[in-house]
Design a protein around this ligand. Sequence first.
Ligand SMILES: Nc1ncnc2c1ncn2[C@@H]1O[C@H](COP(=O)(O)OP(=O)(O)OP(=O)(O)O)[C@@H](O)[C@H]1O
Length: 337
Amino acid sequence: MSMSDAQIVVRDLRKEFRVHQRAAGLLAATRSLFRRPTTIVKAVDGISFSLARGERVGFLGPNGAGKTTTLKTLAGLLHPTSGEVRVDGHVPQKREVRFLEKVTLVMGQKQQLLWDLPPVETFELNRAVYEVPRTRFEKTVRELSELLELGDLVKKPTRELSLGERMKCELIAALIHEPKVLFLDEPTIGLDVAMQVAVREFVRRYNQEHEATLILTSHYMDDVAALCPRVLVIDKGVLSYDGALDELVRRVRPEKRVVLRFSRAVERGDLDALGKIVEHAGERAVIDVPQQDLGARVSRALETLPVIDLEVTSAPLEEVMSELFARTRKERAEHAR
Ligand SMILES: Nc1ncnc2c1ncn2[C@@H]1O[C@H](COP(=O)(O)OP(=O)(O)OP(=O)(O)O)[C@@H](O)[C@H]1O
């Protein structure tokens, strides 16, 4: 994809925050009223990427990596310290009406629904703000409520809804104006597994039906695996990977995970030759085996051990990601020395 075809373009984006240090003690506090020491936090430290229309990209990184800051900048809520950002040809920070009509930012940790009123009232408010024609509005609300199986819940006061029901209504409120670009920051946080799946499927359908572009952050790797073929990995404001999720997993963890069950307890020493032992408790063992040796090692296990059950899996994505983040930190620490 050339930069000119891209719908979202980010070039060398930096965002710094100036933070006042809080000194302890009354005297220090009084003094700091006049001369407050400040430090600079480099939340985003020179990142570049671009997205084509309709793409779904996951934004991964540990806490404080700079994900929310990047999304807020793309949505026009924060001004970049330097660098360039374009979303469908617009400079987000100008917050032009035509730009605002095209985008939405959903933050799982914040809500826009009015607490004491039913969600439909917030939908109505957004209809007015975005000047959505009545018939289109009604069609959208009906379709989205059906997709999310909300029924008449949208007419109950928000405070009476469960977390999952509220999150679904948040999504509808954010989509009343049928945006083409979705920035979703932890949209499934706090939801149970069934609800996560429902929201995920809904987002997927919206993406397909509207050819909407999507950037998603989530601590639930299942969300990312289900929705985002491509991922960006950010740590300490710097991008360390931009590419296919599968490829990332292969790079970080070229091993397959083999779960073995035996008809009787097996000695640890008998397992050593198979690979890296992740777990071992007598009649059960979990072993990481290099991908290229998988066939040979599995045959060996079957020949030499009383195997009654064998399953080949991959390490959970959560584990792969925390290993990646730990590695990046370590490399950077060594680099800094
Ligand atoms: N308004 C602000 N003022 C000062 N520092 C900020 C501000 N917003 C964010 N930061 C700092 O910038 C860094 C990046 O924060 P950001 O919220 O973008 O991270 P994140 O990747 O979204 O993290 P998480 O996964 O925890 O939500 C953090 O060190 C954070 O403390």
